[in-house]
Design a protein around this ligand. Structure first.
Ligand code: ACO
Length: 350
């Protein structure tokens, strides 16, 4: 049976650097609090008018396609993972197809937030293995800065997230030693509202009335798709119960990595590089300790870019590759955890 391999990887981050001190102009926060809790020193914000989630994805895709030694015309399927699409619909995949003047190929959007890239990679892997496609472009891109609450009210969420994009090209290979070895996908919707953006949506309070989210006025929430009241009460921003996310993340992250290792009869010590979703440096450090990995075995770059959700793994993978930390024959583990909750891993031999 055919396997798939990553033939090219690319990334794009906006030029605009926003430090923790820059955030203090808008909200009551400070560099010490942010670094201590999250490890983040700075993040990038897209140009408000000139850049979108899709245009950043295009920039990352161009590099991945060039490194794969092909052209945009060779791509035969697009998978685009994001939680902040340019439009509510249609998705970013078709906008990228148009922007890159690709053939009339299929374009699939994935909405699995922080796990979006690993989910997308897994879907691409299956299409390659069945022989359906030969050059699949997988993109993760986020323009978070457009939808965050930059007042003190939203500080527990807004200080964490940054903008950027990453992309890979997947191609078939006969070499079962240089390929994606396995992918593992999970979800549990019990905590769906713990890390979520409820509006605009069609929920009509169906789920939220069961919740005890003191920050929200249930009577106002969800009566319409969007209302003035939602704007006034800041209900068009993401909500996160950070401590609960932390607790579940430090359980599921190691579990899904161990699952991938066991499926391939490998030990954590065999990992050349773990590229975790850059959720929070404290979470990555916990995972590293739990698996007894050295600093050299883990890629962290949340310090520079913040949490870029679906883009964080391909950005970190690309940066590690450019630094020479991803070499032929290396065992690379990608792992994610995020809203839903969803969590996932992929083990690959580069
Ligand atoms: N600056 C200063 N003070 C702040 C800030 C801020 N940016 N945000 C919150 N605070 C204050 C709160 O108001 C609160 O003050 P109080 O005690 O006077 O009420 C205090 O800090 C503690 O607030 P908590 O929300 O309990 O903060 P906590 O110590 O739990 O840290 C954090 C928050 C960093 C989000 C933590 O819960 C965490 O690491 N959670 C994991 C979630 C995560 O990393 N999510 C990333 C995105 S999701 C993902 O990618 C999977």
């Amino acid at each position: 049976m055919k396997k798939s391999k990553i033939a090219g990887v690319g990334m794009y981050v906006p030029k605009n650097v926003f430090t923790n001190n820059d955030l203090t102009k808008y909200m009551d926060t400070n560099d010490e609090w942010i670094q201590e809790r999250t490890g983040i020193k700075e993040r990038r914000y897209a140009d408000r008018i000139g850049e979108t989630t899709t245009t950043m994805g295009v920039e990352a895709a161009k590099i991945a396609i060039e490194r794969a030694g092909i052209t945009a015309q060779d791509i035969d399927f697009i998978i685009f993972a994001t939680l902040c699409p340019d439009y509510y619909f249609p998705g970013c995949g078709v906008l990228l197809q148009r922007a890159m003047q690709m053939k009339e190929i299929g374009a699939l959007d994935i909405r699995n937030q922080c796990s979006g890239f690993v989910y997308a990679l897994s879907v691409a892997d299956q299409f390659i293995k069945t022989g359906m496609y030969k050059n699949i472009l997988v993109v993760g891109s986020e323009k978070h800065s457009f939808g965050l609450d930059f007042s003190t009210r939203g500080r527990n969420v807004s200080v964490i997230f940054g903008d950027g994009a990453g992309a890979v090209v997947l191609q078939p290979t006969e070499d079962s030693n240089r390929c994606i070895l396995s992918t593992h996908l999970h979800s549990n919707g019990t905590n769906a509202e713990i890390l979520a953006m409820y509006n605009p949506g069609t929920h009509a309070n169906h789920w939220l009335k069961e919740q005890t989210l003191a920050d929200f006025d249930e009577a106002e929430l969800g009566e319409t798709f969007m209302s003035h009241s939602m704007i006034e009460k800041a209900q068009l921003f993401p909500f996160m119960d950070g401590p609960t996310v932390f607790k579940v993340a430090i359980d599921k992250f190691p579990a899904v990595i161990i699952e991938a290792l066991e499926a391939n009869n490998l030990q954590a010590s065999a990992i050349s590089l773990l590229v975790p979703h850059q959720a929070n440096l404290r979470i990555s450090q916990f995972v590293q300790k739990k698996l007894n990995l050295t600093d050299n075995q883990v890629k962290n770059n949340i310090q520079k870019y913040g949490n870029t959700t679906a883009a964080s793994i391909p950005i970190a993978l690309c940066e590690a590759w450019e630094e020479g930390r991803v070499k032929e024959g290396d065992l690379i583990c990608l792992a994610s955890f995020g809203s839903g909750f969803t969590w996932a891993s992929a083990l690959l031999r580069w």
